[in-house]
Design a protein around this ligand. Sequence first.
Ligand SMILES: *Cc1c(COP(=O)(O)O)cnc(C)c1O
Length: 711
Amino acid sequence: MPYLDHAGSTLPSKTQLEEIAKLQSNLILANPHSHHATAIKTQQIVNSARLRILRYFNTTPDDYFVVFTNNTTHGLKIVAENFKFGEKTEDGLVSEISTVLKGGSSNFAYFHDSHHSVVGMRHVVNGKVNAISCVDEKDIWEDNTPEVTNSLFAFTAMSNFCGKKYNLDGIKKLQEKGWSVCMDAAGLVSTSQPDFSVCQPNFIAFSFYKIFGYPTGIGALLVRKDSAHLVEKTSFAGGTVQSVDEMSLFFILREFERAYEEGTLNSYGIAQLQKGFEEVERCGGMQKIQNLTYQLRCKAVKMLASKLHPNGKKVVEIYSQPDCQINPASQGAIVAFNLLRIDGGYYGYTEVEKMCAIFGIELRTGCFCNIGACKKYLGITSEMIRENMNKGKRCGDEIDLINGRPTGAIRISFGRTSTEQDIDALDQMIDTCFVGSDRSFSSGPKALKLEAYLPTVVNLFSFPIKSVGSVPKERYELTARGFKHDRDFLIVKDDVTLNLKIHPELCRLTAIIVNDDSLQIQTFDQNDNFVIPMSLSLKENDAKVVCKKTIATLDCGDKVGKWLENALDMSNCRLLRVAEESKKNFVNDSPFLLINEASVYMLSRHINMEVQDILTRFRSNIVVRGLPPFIEDTAKRLAIENCEFEVVDKCTRCEMICVDPMTGEKDPSLLLALRDYRNKQKMTFGIYIRQTNFESGQILESGMPVKFFTE
Ligand SMILES: *Cc1c(COP(=O)(O)O)cnc(C)c1O
């Protein structure tokens, strides 16, 4: 699957998870606060994990404490809560954020380009500080920045918005001016391995899933040993005290790390960290991952920058530092961008995200919890934020454009498992969905093989009456001949089977099975309907020949016959049902027809017809989402959960797809589009499949994952 959200969380590898499962199956741990042998073993595992972490960052237990946390946010909060800001000289709360670094005592500062978890620290420290400043990197390097005491700078090492890496020499510079520096390393560690023997922030917070994907819910706060006195823990909890009296205010905390690790640690998770470090080593080390992901980022930027509309206007607006400043030391594996319409206006990021979902591409959209970077790169002002909020804009919602301006961006980010094909898949999606308006088919670059995608079922249809319309249902029971009741019925006129090709009037009807016990036929305008209980005993009838098959049928009686004659404006109509004992039903070739939503989308864009409209015309049973267009043509087998299918054939299309199901009129554009796409080859769309492991009681449901195989 083209996964382009490694900055959100990188993914654990299969080997890593298998190693962890092996480890876990023989691992019995206990509460490390107890004193028995298993507790001592647990304590040792935790301590050895601390050493492993320090070694990874090229430092030692002489230099840093390792406090286990839940995540980066938790580590930052511990620093904010416990940092000793000293004597506060100004009364009351700080009510305005300064744009310059202030001198004196008890200040707090951070970059504009900071994660909300960093910005949020200001509300923890407000009340203890004289000034709060929000600055740019260059402000650190001003010669006239004043000296401070008892002050804390929350330093973002790498922007999670655009991947800009901040110059870590700035940390030393700040320390020389008297600042204590707390590094938010969450972004940086995802594709880099900072050396904390060279750059020595007083505090460093990060989460492990950003480095190797699993375990989640564990982070660390590294505290320089000579900075331990900068924080003071003024509260305690289970596991953190040496001595306490519940009846007085007396308590004595344990040694540093234990004093900050409140409650019981996630010792199983901590034991699994070693498998994460081994995973990084298996990939050749973080330096290699940094180089690989940096190269991929360059390739992606090149691809995006080269996209032009037919009128020569660019398709992609990239948010990044100037090209000339970029190298692996200054830039991580992230690209933030928005897409532009042919007239220069913006596409909303929600629309892009929806197309990605159809094509099976996973990336992130929005502001990524970094409002400062969003404002800077998107040109949003503080006033606009308030105004947008009044218009109903909330973090994570689908309001992606306000007055034509984007409220967020699209972010792709790379990790150790990323490949060039991930970029190709994005390339193809942008070409297909967002470039140009000349509506020509672009074949696009070769994306990944079918096996690499993880599509899901989005729609399931059964057609109780052959050639009559239907509505999708969430869930169907399987039978040996397809979905239960699929094409169990058929309409004849003068004993001849009606089909859509010759009788487009059939599209005036829809049929569904209600509550599994009755067939409901409805006119398209929903003004009239007819219900037949499935239990109705029917008169035996002559065997009918349908599509060259002879099938035993039952006649459903005069009443429904009359109703059909009326609805279809036709004489001598009868509704027939396949006889129970028949092994066959009225399905043409194969029990199921499967189509790919992205292929539908591709045609829809080409001829300006609604996806839903095209879906109705293709009369498929199973619609899958999460594949690039037309890649389903390469499938040989597939599995939907535990149901296995083989591909019988491709579905060759005829003028039937030209019938507008609303009006019954024929309009050839869809067929012509398919012809253009197939370019002189057979006009197929969708694949016929047959189940190979049928057992009664199996069901298919929308949302189920689909696994395809090309051999
Ligand atoms: C991911 C991230 C965070 C937040 O990490 P959590 O694990 O959610 O606490 C903070 N800052 C940056 C730069 C990040 O990338």
